[in-house]
Design a binder for this molecule. Structure first.
Ligand code: NA7
Length: 535
């Protein structure tokens, strides 16, 4: 019996444990992997790197931690982020309350007892008053159903299940399926080692060089000197980063100014600086076209073979409407003789054969296949658990037409179950660490409030949830985001309802709304307990 069960030991789960345990609650974290780190535990593929700068993509809750930890590069690579999280687990003595190799398969609400029963794959059960799902937005990896995979005689891997001991690429004919953020990071890393790399591209993607470099000691010093202020800027910003946003419309600025600014931001590196350089890149098609054309021209300048360059030029969606990728020499890789781009939009993959892959256009002999094919994002990891709330309502039923959540924090029908960075919150449209900290702190304050007032349960009302989801859709419709067939709308998972899932309204305004709701006595929630039902 614990007060809280937290599912997942990534950034969210570790902080939830630290924070909730600090309030005197008994907390157990259940983690499927054999280490902490979540996303950064699983995604060990070559080139895995965060697209938010390390000084920003880190916890702010401990001044000592942020002062004492030193990042070695501007953008952190996966091994360093994992070391950081292991350090956090050591430093805050989190290990004793984390159970590794423990996959949660079921969570059932007992209304009479006011508790969750959490079941693991090994058949254990735990009981807790509160259940915190810290299961991650990009954790349910997806291998597409392609006929013949089971007969493939070579090795195959999904990038998010990359073996800890690595994969021997040297001298191999490697096929990479997928050109999202992951493929774009992986391809330049493996191409120099492989005998030949075949890139199977269905949709060309925008990418901006990240201009990664060793950490500049002066930049680090300046951040550490004013960390409190920088963190405040992040919290009040739209995307959870302290990058100064442009204040002008790209349609009002002169063409020369637009080009100069884009060039400066391009050289500075990173996707967010480009998207934030003018106010309307993500809301106005004509403004967006300026940024998109700028990047298209860069691709044409970089790729020597004009035909290959045209295949790499994205045309299907506004820039930024799918996660804008960041790379280190992605387009340059296609100038290598040992890299072949294969268009599987015009000639789709038909089957995997024992010795390779066959598309409608030809057959490719392969030793290794890499699936950089992404995730069942935002809802996948939650729906993989059999969650049953009040009156036996399952989350699968409740979310049959797309996720329904109040603030991305709680779903009606599921009392005392919190989702960290759940659908309907800024989550993947933000520096997720900022969003995680805000959610964990909101949940901690909420539990503290209930305890202080002698109450023991909280549940979102259906009316508040409906109004919130309407608001999420309304704000999204005001932007260009819904124009892309992206994982933000579930387009990459066959049969998944097409709903724009994250909240585009911005980290700052969202935080304020959450705080107002709490200050108003948890408006839109039903609070109850031994003394009856209130609010
Ligand atoms: P993404 O962004 O979902 O990219 C997956 C890629 O795989 C994308 O290019 C897909 O093409 C491609 N894909 C998926 N299924 C297939 C099949 N069946 N055939 C051919 N190509 C396929 O996942 P990532 O891992 O790159 O990135 C996810 C996020 O993680 C990223 O945005 C960061 O936030 C971190 P499509 O575009 O669907 O045509």
């Amino acid at each position: 019996m614990s007060d809280v069960v937290v599912v997942g030991a990534g950034f969210a789960g570790l902080y939830a444990l630290h924070r909730l345990r600090g309030m005197g609650l008994s907390v157990v974290v259940l983690e499927a992997g054999d280490g902490v780190g979540g996303t950064w535990y699983w995604n060990r593929y070559p080139g895995a790197r965060c697209d938010v700068e390390s000084l920003e993509y880190s916890y702010s809750f401990s001044e000592e931690l942020q002062q004492e930890w030193s990042w070695s590069e501007r953008y952190p690579a996966q091994p360093e982020i994992l070391r950081y999280l292991e350090h956090v687990a050591d430093r805050f003595e989190l290990w004793p309350d984390i159970r590794l190799n423990t996959r949660v398969v079921e969570a059932v609400w007992d209304d009479a007892a006011g508790r969750w029963t959490i079941g693991t794959e090994a058949g254990e059960t735990l009981s807790a008053q509160w259940c915190v799902m810290a299961t991650g937005c990009l954790s349910a990896s997806q291998v597409p159903q392609i006929q013949g995979l089971e007969r493939f005689e070579g090795e195959w891997h999904h990038t998010a299940r990359w073996p800890q001991e690595g994969v021997d690429i040297a001298g191999k004919r490697v096929g990479v399926i997928g050109t999202g953020s992951t493929g774009i990071q992986l391809i330049p890393e493996i191409a120099p080692d492989a005998a030949h790399t075949y890139v199977f591209q269905r949709t060309a993607n925008f990418s901006v060089p990240n201009a990664n470099a060793p950490m500049d000691p002066e930049v680090e010093r300046s951040w550490k000197d004013r960390y409190a202020q920088q963190r405040e800027t992040q919290r009040r910003s739209m995307l959870g980063v302290a990058i100064p946003p442009g204040e002008q419309s790209a349609l009002e600025a002169s063409e020369e100014e637009v080009q100069r600014t884009l060039q400066e931001r391009w050289e500075q590196g990173g996707g967010m600086p480009v998207l934030l350089s003018f106010t309307d890149f993500l809301v106005d098609e004509r403004a967006n076209a300026k940024a998109a054309d700028f990047v298209r021209a860069k691709i044409r300048e970089t790729v020597r073979d004009a035909e290959v360059a045209e295949m790499l030029v994205p045309r299907d969606f506004p820039i930024g409407a799918k996660r804008l990728c960041q790379d280190e020499g992605y387009f340059e890789t296609f100038n290598r003789d040992d890299v072949t781009l294969v268009d599987v939009r015009s000639a789709p993959i038909e089957e995997i054969t024992p010795t390779g892959l066959r598309t409608a256009g030809g057959e490719y002999e392969l030793d290794t296949i890499v699936f950089a094919t992404g995730f069942d994002a935002l809802t996948g990891a939650l729906l993989a658990i059999d969650i049953r709330g009040r009156d036996g309502l399952t989350l699968t039923e409740a979310w049959g037409n797309g996720p329904q959540s109040y603030l991305g924090l709680m779903a009606a029908g599921f009392p005392n179950l919190f989702t960290i960075t759940g659908p309907g919150s800024p989550s993947v449209l933000s520096n997720v660490i900022v969003s995680i900290e805000q959610h964990v702190e909101w949940v901690a304050d909420c539990i503290a409030h209930l305890r202080a007032t002698g109450l023991d349960r909280i549940e979102a009302t259906t009316a508040a949830q409906e109004a919130w989801m309407e608001h999420v859709a309304e704000v999204a419709a005001f932007t260009l985001f819904p124009r892309a067939a992206s994982w933000y709308v579930g387009a990459n998972v066959p049969g998944k309802p097409r709903v724009f899932m994250p909240y585009v309204g911005g980290v700052g305004p969202y935080r304020e709304r959450c705080a107002q709701i709490a200050a108003a006595g948890y408006e839109g929630f039903t609070l109850g307990g031994a003394v009856g039902v209130a609010g």
